[in-house]
Each structure stands twice: as structure tokens, then as C-alpha cells.
Design a binder for this molecule. Structure first.
Ligand SMILES: *[C@@H]1O[C@H](CO)[C@@H](O)[C@H](O)[C@H]1NC(C)=O
Ligand SMILES: *[C@@H]1O[C@H](CO)[C@@H](O)[C@H](O)[C@H]1NC(C)=O
Ligand SMILES: *[C@@H]1O[C@H](CO)[C@@H](O)[C@H](O)[C@H]1NC(C)=O
Ligand SMILES: *[C@@H]1O[C@H](CO)[C@@H](O)[C@H](O)[C@H]1NC(C)=O
Length: 386
């Protein structure tokens, strides 16, 4: 709808005049707002004529989880509010052992838990949750099971004491590194975790998503045909050994620890190359995704336009990828220091308000500075409205 509308309008002068704000349906507003009187009225946290841009605000330089000054790198992270204390937040982070940099995420990554007194951090190390190789932590609360569920990739791997790459596998789909295969862990208290093994695996064949990684869970999806016990998981697929295009698909299961079934075994949910999906539902029951865009103007240090938004009325589609507006780029402003244009900024994850309105409050990403081999976990505030 967005495309045909824009195409139609761009052929007339009047169209050119209207183009900046024109909308016909809420889809023209990315489902991040409503279209009234031909103009998008964006929800708090979103900006732009099509509500496709995150309202990112300058935050403190000391934020997230950054141990670069002692040589330690980290990457993806997931914020969880403590269920009992208002002044405690937990961060599940991929941290690399032996002071290895981002190039050695496999096999040196392990999953740790850190704590802070507010969501933006800075967070302090508390405990190792899963030893190397473990990566891509994403923690969600499952109401039906009354448990936290941690999704991750990896398998127990002996790592060398110096930083070097290993050829190893954690299951079908990849023998170059252990990235293929998604595992689940459960915990009542965020501290003690029980392993349940892999719930979705890759394949040693020619399928487009033979290599399966980057779990992005969504529990108790509202407003869908799924039952309240159903669990939805977005993931990144890629041909065997990730020898081709990276694309996104969805899978679902009747409970978090059982095997997940792919939504479209034959094809991804949209055609634009992407990885690192993050999925949520808004207050109207619509579905949203942020991805690390692998379009030529994004990618791995190729361009600044790394964050893209996709949306759908139902988890099983049809998904629309917004290729017009960039959700976030590599530039970050700080309240107490100079702005930074990062070389890489990936693994988006949003922390929302818990008042039922699902206001996006903070954006977490993994970042790498220009000319640095190190990486860290950055947390940036999102505008709360006036
Ligand atoms: C995948 O990588 C492994 C390790 O380098 C190699 O032995 C194997 O031939 C690769 N397979 C394909 C299909 O590229
Ligand atoms: C955006 O996506 C549409 C539909 O896939 C495509 O026709 C169009 O060329 C894309 N635009 C850009 C700028 O990539
Ligand atoms: C990122 O986007 C902002 C506008 O939102 C722009 O001012 C900035 O130059 C962009 N960064 C890069 C590196 O292009
Ligand atoms: C990165 O390194 C190059 C080559 O040494 C240098 O020209 C450039 O200024 C450096 N950029 C930053 C941001 O440090």
C-alpha cells in the first residue's frame, strides 16, 4: 500500500507536495501510529512521516555493559526488570572470554548476567549463565509456565587460551562455527537456569535456511489466532555454512521448550536481506520487528543505515519491510560527551514500559567503534513523549 500510494503521488505535482505526510491506511504509518486526516500520528517513541524512525535520545556515555578498558568485549544484550525490586535490572549479555575481540565471538562468547539500578546501566557483572560457546541471549517471561525463558545459540566447546577461530559445529547447518541451532533454558528467578536443549535446528542440505540462528522470541502473542500458550520465534536463516543470503522467518511451538515448527519452510517472511531480528506486539495487537539490515547501505560496516523496521497485523503475516525510512543508524549522541559514528551497530533489542502501553523506552545494540577490534553493549534512551 505504501509503495503504490507513493508511486501514485510522486507522478503529480500535488503528490510531491503531499508526499511527506500522506497516508491512507495505518500500514502507511508502519502500524506504529494511526492515519487520520491523511497524516500519520505516531505512537510515543516513533517519528517521521511514516512513523518508521525510532525517537532516539542522547543518553549517558556510561551505559550498557562496556568492559573495553580492561580489554573485554561483549555484544548482544537483553534487559529484564527484576520481578521483586524496582531498583534492579538484569542484563543478559554475550561476553567474550580471554579478552578476545568481535572477530572471535565464535567460539569465545559466553552468556553472563549483569545488574544495574536503572535500565540504561552501566551494568556490573554478576554471574556466568552459559559457558562458551553461547551467544545471542534473549530472555522473556512466560506467563503460562510462570518461568523466564532464555533463548540462545551455541554448545559447550573447549576454547583455546589465545584468540583464534575454530572450525566446529553445534548441530546441522554449519560446520564452520557453532552458530546454527537454537537452545532454550528456563528459570524461576533469572539466576538458576535449567537446560532444555535445542528446540530448532538447521539442516545439512540446500535449503535457504539450512543455517538457523539469532532467536527472537515472543510469548503470549495477543490478537492472533495462536492460543495463549503458543510461543512465536523469529530467526535468521541462511544456506548451509551461511554461504548465501541471510533472511528472516518465523517459527512457533505449543510451549517454549518443545520443538518449533517453521512458518514458511520454503521462503522467508520478506525478501530484504537481514539478520538479528527482534519482535514485539504493540498496544493494538500489531506485530513489529527491528532487524539488522544487510541492504547495501547497512551491513557489517558497509553503511550507516543498519536498523530497519518491519510490521504485520498478525505474526504469520503478511510482513512489510520498510525500505524507505531507516529506524536507527550508526550515529549515537550522548548527554555528556561527543557523538560517535560507530563502525558496526547490530543486535537491536527494545526494553518496553510494563504498563500495558508497550512504550519503547531503551534501545540496546552491540557496537564496534571505527578502527577498534573490541565491541560492547550500548543502551540508548528512546523519547518518552512530552
Ligand atoms: C562447510 O564448512 C566446512 C568447514 O570449513 C567444510 O568442510 C564444508 O565443506 C563446508 N560445506 C559447504 C557446503 O560449504
Ligand atoms: C522497496 O521495496 C519494494 C517492494 O519490494 C521495491 O519494489 C522497491 O524497489 C524497494 N525500494 C528500494 C529503495 O529498495
Ligand atoms: C544518522 O541519521 C541522522 C538523522 O537521523 C543523521 O543526522 C546522521 O548524519 C546519520 N548518520 C550517518 C553516519 O549517516
Ligand atoms: C581509523 O584509522 C585510519 C587509518 O589509520 C585513520 O586515518 C582514521 O582517522 C581512523 N579513524 C578513527 C575514527 O579513528
Amino acid at each position: 500500500m505504501r509503495i503504490s500510494l507513493y508511486r501514485l503521488l510522486s507522478i503529480s505535482l500535488l503528490g510531491r507536495f503531499l508526499q511527506a505526510n500522506a497516508c491512507i491506511t495505518d500500514e502507511d504509518c508502519d502500524l506504529n501510529g494511526v492515519c487520520t486526516g491523511g497524516v500519520c500520528h505516531c505512537d510515543t517513541g516513533w517519528l517521521g512521516a511514516d512513523c518508521g524512525k525510532l525517537d532516539l535520545r542522547p543518553g549517558p556515555i556510561q551505559n550498557g555493559y562496556n568492559l573495553n578498558k580492561i580489554g573485554t568485549s561483549s555484544w548482544c544484550n537483553s534487559i529484564v526488570k527484576d520481578p521483586l525490586r524496582n531498583d534492579r535490572y538484569h542484563l543478559f549479555v554475550s561476553e567474550f572470554t580471554h579478552r578476545c575481540g568481535l572477530d572471535y565471538w565464535a567460539p569465545f562468547s559466553r552468556i553472563i548476567r549483569a545488574e544495574a539500578t536503572n535500565p540504561v546501566g552501566p551494568y556490573e557483572f554478576k554471574q556466568e549463565i552459559v559457558p562458551s560457546f553461547a551467544h545471542n541471549p534473549s530472555v522473556v517471561w512466560n506467563e503460562a509456565e510462570q518461568q523466564y525463558v532464555l533463548y540462545s545459540i551455541g554448545c559447550r566447546t573447549e576454547v583455546p587460551t589465545t584468540c583464534k577461530s575454530l572450525s566446529y559445529s553445534c548441530g546441522p547447518g554449519n560446520t564452520l562455527n557453532g552458530e546454527s541451532g537454537i537452545s532454550v533454558w528456563t528459570s524461576p528467578d533469572l539466576r538458576d537456569w535449567t537446560a532444555h536443549g535445542q528446540v530448532i535446528q538447521g539442516a545439512n542440505d540446500g535449503s535457504w535456511d539450512a543455517d538457523v540462528t539469532n532467536p527472537a522470541p515472543l510469548h503470549v502473542p495477543s490478537g492472533s489466532s495462536a492460543s495463549t500458550r503458543d510461543v512465536v520465534l523469529a530467526y535468521r536463516g541462511c544456506p548451509y555454512n551461511c554461504s548465501g543470503e541471510e533472511l528472516i522467518n518465523m517459527a512457533s511451538a505449543g510451549d517454549p521448550t518443545s520443538f518449533y515448527k517453521r512458518l514458511h519452510p520454503q521462503k522467508p517472511i520478506f525478501q530484504e536481506p537481514s539478520e538479528d531480528p527482534f519482535i514485539w506486539t504493540d498496544k493494538r495487537g500489531n506485530y513489529h520487528m527491528l532487524v539488522h539490515s544487510l541492504l547495501p547501505d547497512g551491513g557489517f560496516g558497509d553503511g550507516p543505515n543498519v536498523g530497519r523496521h518491519a510490521f504485520a497485523r498478525s505474526w504469520n503475516g503478511k510482513w512489510t519491510f520498510n525500505n524507505a525510512t531507516v529506524a536507527f543508524n550508526t550515529t549515537v549522541h550522548f548527554t555528556d560527551g561527543p557523538s560517535v559514528d560507530y563502525y558496526r551497530r547490530e543486535r537491536p533489542n527494545i526494553f518496553f514500559s510494563d504498563d500495558g502501553i508497550m512504550r519503547p523506552l531503551f534501545l540496546s545494540t552491540g557496537v564496534q567503534e571505527v578502527n577498534s577490534t573490541k565491541s560492547y553493549s550500548l543502551i540508548q534512551p528512546i523519547g518518552h513523549g512530552k
